[in-house]
Design a protein around this ligand. Structure first.
Ligand code: T46
Length: 136
């Protein structure tokens, strides 16, 4: 699976650092929604779904967490611990998030509004849909 990280330009000086995120400049879509996870618990694993259409970019603003991404063929674990880069997550990728540090703040930019109908929350259904879409 091709894991895409987007490296942001950091504007830094002796006052600190600043990263700007802009539609179709350093973010490969129009940002329709922004949400963030915080107060996450160390032992908790969340996610457990894929999206039919949604594309997202995940950035850890503080602390760290891990993503497990699964395209139905391969599972890859990724550590996010750098606010200067974003993890691009395409549709039809099963994701689980875990190993949240106590101080973790995970920002997610999304190309669509929240829509529960876009979620595939059943792993077997996810595999079936992947297989159906790759059949000629
Ligand atoms: C994803 C991963 C990285 C809303 O009402 N609006 C929203 O925009 C979102 C994202 C969630 N919600 C509600 C739905 C649930 O009642 O917030 C609750 C928690 O959502 P969920 O259980 O889906 O959270 P995660 O952490 O499992 O998944 C979230 C996103 O939902 C998902 O798209 O890719 O973060």
């Amino acid at each position: 699976m091709d894991i895409k990280f987007i490296q942001f330009q950091t504007h830094g000086d002796d006052r600190g650092s600043l990263v700007a995120l802009e539609d179709h400049k350093n973010i490969p879509f129009t940002i329709k929604r922004v949400y963030y996870l915080f107060n996450t618990q160390e032992k908790v694993r969340r996610g457990f779904h894929a999206h039919k259409k949604l594309k997202q970019l995940a950035v850890v603003l503080k602390g760290s967490c891990r993503f497990m991404l699964d395209d139905g063929k391969e599972k890859i674990e990724i550590l996010l611990d750098n606010p200067e880069q974003g993890l691009y997550i395409e549709s039809f990728v099963w994701r689980e998030m875990f190993d949240f540090s106590e101080d973790c703040v995970l920002l997610v930019l999304a190309d669509s509004f929240y829509d529960e109908a876009d979620y595939i929350r059943d792993y077997d259904k996810f595999l079936r849909e992947i297989n159906d879409s790759t059949k000629i």
